[in-house]
Design a protein around this ligand. Sequence first.
Ligand code: ADP
Ligand code: MG
Length: 700
Amino acid sequence: MNKLLETPIEYLKGVGPARGELLRKELGIHTYSDLLNLFPNRYIDRTRYYNINELVASNSEVQVIGKIIHIKSAGDKQKSRLVATFTDETGEMELVWFRGQKWIRDNLKLNQPYVIFGKATPFGGTFSMAHPEMEPLAEHQASLRSAMQPIYPSTEKLTQKGISNKVISKIMQQLFIETQARFAETLPPSLIQELQLISKNVALFNIHFPKSQEWLAKAQFRLKFEELFFIQLQLITKNIIRKHKIKGLPFTQVGQYFNAFYQNHLPFELTGAQKRVIKEIRNDMGQPAQMNRLLQGDVGSGKTIVALMSMLLALDNGFQACLMAPTEILATQHYSGLSELAKPLGINIRLLTGSTKTPDRKIIYRELESGELHIIIGTHALLEDKVQFRNLGLAIIDEQHRFGVEQRSRLWRKNDIPPHVLVMTATPIPRTLAMSLYGDLDISVIDELPPGRKPIKTVHRYDSNRLMVWKFLKEEIAKGRQVYIVYPLIQESETLDYKDLMDGYESISRDFPLPQYSVSIVHGKMKPADKDAEMARFAAGKTNIMVATTVIEVGVNVPNASVMVIESAERFGLSQLHQLRGRVGRGADQSYCILMTGHKLGNDTKTRLDTMCRTNDGFEIAEVDLKLRGPGDIMGTQQSGVLNLQIADLVKDRDILQLARHHAVNILKDDTAMAKPEHAAMRNAYLEITRKKNIWNYIS
Ligand code: ADP
Ligand code: MG
């Protein structure tokens, strides 16, 4: 059976080499199996026939039974068209062709009943249908036609070359004939029974030739479940293999560094969530298997100290640790924060970034190799070949979605036994997505903010209210607070954005004049040194207002800054707004976030603004973001992985995903190797899928 499905597509009757080539190029269909898994995008109900007097202006396609009573050419040579008058008992309409006029004239018969199908658009008092699909009524009635007509994915090229939806439907029928519509079951019988799923056979038949809405729904459910189930099997299996097979460095000691820090140098009491997460990490690293853990915690939730304490465990066991951040600013900030915390411990910590000078680099390389250097913090520079550790025990990666999977594995390759890996992210990832994207990682969540934080008050104001907003800023500044005003600068190269920023800066400097006020500005076109100096001035409280682009999104920590004004807030995505807001609310004072926009706002924008005003909860915001944007964009498009799913939808089908994960976990718990006889079919399907699509291929 499987063999037959691997047959190259051109051997299917009705395909041949030319069409085969097109199907391969345009839709990636190489084999019978690929065609079988080309699922329709949508379905059209062809059980319903309209009378001409029932037509209304709408976007959907309709079918009408009638006759052509008259046909003529119209227009001049360049813009000639063929126009036919089509009637039924209730009225008349027009059919129009621009292409293939001769063929139509020669082949269409007057006064014969046809079924026409297409989009009817109102035109000069009647309706008009351009390039309708046409079929003589007798043929239409004779052809085995399912109630719901599937519409398959297509491309312009395919349509141009005559591979219409009708043609695809035809070759799909041929496929079912040649294979006798017998497809191997892939799910275990117990699962099919428990979930009352329809069989693979019936599901495939009904996804391509649905008998009714009801059967279509059953088919979709079964196939979505199956798709998500096998992804979960892969992720969970990977996780199990890692725990069993990938050796890790067991950190058995909780020693000098950890204890000394915990007992004498903690700057504050840890939150319950921090304690729980540290315990989870400690437990993982105590095993002789590699840790691969994702640490999620909203901005300000206190991930830094968790990172430090994890590194201290590595040190206690005689290993080195590193922390890699996506930007120089962030790496520098981590460096100063961690060195400050670790100062009383007498640890050797250094910073390595692109701008580290050669003599310093040499020292770092040498000390890393000799083992004198305990902790190195840096950017991508840590991945260079010259960086050789004596014994790296723990690699912490901050804001991981900015690093590719490939880079992650490069860090691993620096040892014989790979170091434990802790990935930290402040971008809350909705559970659904985390489950599908990082299902092979273990997840820890800091879901509690340090005590005493007042929730940030967020409001939306129109540009026309600016005077009021400025007045408010002056009041806050009078109380000794500091203010951020952020401009969108999506791409640092966008000159228009840059002009907005500079205009904004000029008018703010006018409205907040010296000597009473002083205003800083920071943007991506400044030299790093100037940028740092300006940041430092603001951090030291020497300026009242920081006008900036999103460069301050990550990193900056100025507890005295309590107001965040976001200009053109409609241009930011939800998660970015939330990240920006996280720059305030770091001190004891009440903090505010003011979202400035123009008056014209779309529905999605309104939802984003309302969500920001309603909640401070990063996970809730991430959920809304996922709904608004779909999984593709959720973590800042380019860098993030997107699951390339055939039929399931991560947003709409999250319940099915949950169900699939639950059952995948259960099955593997009892039968990790899928070796039980009742799991044979599932195992075969699993091997087939993993051979074709390694999980990372789902992630583009
Ligand atoms: P994150 O990296 O998760 O955004 P940080 O680790 O930078 O957060 O912590 C944010 C701020 O909260 C820092 O100023 C830190 O000193 C403080 N902080 C962290 N944990 C606690 C705690 N348990 N109690 C009080 N303050 C804390
Ligand atoms: Mg941080």
